[in-house]
Design a binder for this molecule. Structure first.
Ligand SMILES: NC(=O)NC(NC(N)=O)C(=O)[O-]
Ligand SMILES: [Zn+2]
Ligand SMILES: [Zn+2]
Length: 460
């Protein structure tokens, strides 16, 4: 067979095992794995490299249009590509206006189509009063919906607002009809805001005060309440960025009782804890907050047990001045960690190199799991017939992350200065190299809009 590209000599991580052989690509698809003697126009030597499915990062904040100076599709997708991510699911907030109508959905899609280096799916937003926009956003191709149970931290005209229990209940009724999943930032808004106000009233504005204002119970309570409302309405749920094993166990219990509910955690909850937060400072401020080593261990056990569907970055960038802390008041600092460029290498380091997860569990969490959640049927697995989205990871090349290595709009990350014991060296999107370490990026952004194919065949 004559094919376009053959990747030779790599360790190919397939859904069922690791194959030491060739991976052949034609028309952007994987056409053979393991067979030798294929003739190809392009031969790529992957000696010493792990050949992984490109990561599907199901939780990325891109701030274009409206706040492009925070991160736009060009910079955000380059950073993701450089880190071995080939598809992203983009959150509906922090752009202005936020993506809460079909008109905005279509506008954002057009912007991303010309700018993104990687394939992308888009969330639609559920906000107070927009139940009538849910159906049209599903029609426009939303991969799922997102709502905040906590306050969002930004309040300009057109910004994304959190739902109260009534909005959530009505929104779940509307979303249930679409067959799509509602993803939730699950923290109790009243508790988090008033606990924070108490700390500030007592002039406690250091990192420990922020940690104390968002205890695990604010997450667990919100998860339980949302699960109950979802049960009443038949809405499928996904919990983003769970930070505690206790919350994951609530999801497990609901699943066991027959509810369609899934969850994710983020690289930073597994790579960083409260001690790191105190050392790194504002760049490690996020919500839910980083957890103590004990709670982090408990979360790891749930991940190891296979109770978490995806690991994501929750890449939530902001300009440097919003991450500075001139008044020594952590409550005034923007919450969000920039980390998407280090999805695969950092997670491989803390998960596989450390012996906590097998390589099969790793690709399940970074690629197959998230692709399945959002109905991205040709993504997430190195198998014949799938899109040839591939990341090369050198498990023996270590480096210390420097600000100048980053492709974000602002070269800030909670991980600068961290020693990482492996490195992404090349990324292919649908068979084409889009990033090579030392060479940079493909000339043209070629990212394609992805829709939820499970639903496209069903309800939509
Ligand atoms: N407005 C945000 O980007 N928020 C994000 N911020 C974090 N995680 O700190 C999030 O996902 O909640
Ligand atoms: Zn969130
Ligand atoms: Zn987020």
């Amino acid at each position: 067979m004559q094919v376009a590209t053959v990747i030779k000599n790599g360790l190919i991580v397939t859904p069922t095992g690791v194959v030491n052989g060739d991976l052949a690509i034609k028309d952007g698809k994987i056409v053979a794995i393991g067979e030798g003697s294929l003739s190809a126009k392009e031969v790529i030597d992957a000696q010493g490299q792990l050949v992984l499915p490109g990561m599907v990062d199901a939780h990325v904040h891109i701030n274009e249009p409206g706040r492009s100076n925070w991160e736009d599709y060009h910079t955000g997708s380059q950073a993701l590509a450089a880190g071995g991510t080939t598809s992203m699911v983009v959150m509906p907030l922090n752009a202005l206006p936020a993506r809460t109508t079909a008109a905005e959905f279509n506008r954002h899609r057009l912007i991303a189509e010309g700018q993104s280096y990687i394939d992308f799916a888009l969330y639609g937003g559920l906000v107070p009063g927009n139940q009538a926009d849910i159906g049209p956003m599903a029609e426009a191709g939303a991969a799922g919906f997102k709502a905040f149970m906590a306050t969002t931290g930004s309040d300009e005209p057109g910004d994304f607002h959190n739902v109260d229990d009534y909005d959530l209940y009505r929104g779940m009724q509307a979303i249930a009809k679409t067959g799509l999943r509602l993803s939730l930032h699950a923290e109790n808004a009243v508790l988090t805001d008033r606990l924070a106000a108490d700390e500030i009233a007592h002039h406690h504005t250091d990192i420990q005060a922020y940690i104390d204002s968002r205890p695990p119970m604010v997450e667990v309570e919100a998860v339980r309440r949302a699960l109950y409302l979802a049960k009443q309405t038949g809405c499928k749920l996904h919990f983003v960025h769970l930070s505690t094993g206790e919350a994951v166990r609530e999801v497990q219990r609901a699943q066991a009782a027959g509810q369609d509910v899934t969850c994710e955690t983020c690289v930073h909850y597994l790579a960083l804890n409260t001690d790191d937060f105190k050392q790194i400072g504002p760049l490690a401020k996020c919500s839910p907050v980083l957890r103590t080593p004990e709670i982090q261990d408990d979360l790891w056990r749930e991940v190891q047990a296979g109770h978490v569907n995806a690991v994501t970055s929750d890449h939530s960038p902001a300009p440097a001045e919003m991450k500075a802390n001139p008044n020594d008041n952590i409550f005034e600092v923007w919450g969000g960690i920039s980390g998407a460029q280090n999805n695969l290498d950092l997670f491989y380091d803390v998960a596989v190199k450390s012996g906590r997860l097998s390589i099969q569990q790793f690709v399940q969490l970074t690629a197959a799991g998230p692709a399945k959640l959002f109905g991205l049927k040709s993504k997430g697995e190195l198998r014949v017939g799938a899109d040839a989205d591939v990341a090369f990871l050198n498990p023996n090349q270590s480096y210390t992350l420097r600000a100048e290595d980053l492709y974000y709009k602002d070269k800030l990350s909670a991980y600068v200065g961290r020693h990482i014991n492996c490195r992404v060296t090349r990324t292919l999107l649908r068979g084409k190299t889009i990033f090579e370490l030392g060479q940079g990026f493909d000339d043209q952004p070629n990212g394609k809009f992805l829709t939820n194919e499970h639903v496209a065949e069903g309800v939509r």
